[in-house]
Design a protein. Structure first.
Length: 85
């Protein structure tokens, strides 16, 4: 499942922990694997603390050289929007 909410808001260091809390509440009790790009906003001390205190949230960072993954993300976004019309 792709959570478009994360991709639709401007990435900011203050917004990432808010989105993580929303995900945590929405999927309580489930192991979650989150794919994130390598932006510094995803690696702040607050984000690291949140992830360390919630071991069921597993973050996988895309490689810095993985610009092709951006195209895959766009493709999934198009599919998501078409499916939710």
């Amino acid at each position: 499942m792709q959570l478009r909410r994360c991709g639709e808001v401007a990435a900011s260091a203050a917004r990432v922990p808010v989105v993580l809390r929303q995900i945590d509440r929405a999927y309580q009790g489930q192991e979650l694997h989150l794919d994130m790009d390598n932006y510094a906003t995803h690696k702040t001390a607050e984000v690291r603390q949140r992830l360390e205190s919630h071991p069921r949230l597993h973050v996988h960072f895309t490689p810095a050289s993985g610009s092709w993954l951006t195209l895959v993300e766009v493709w999934f976004g198009i599919i998501d929007r078409q499916a939710n019309k």
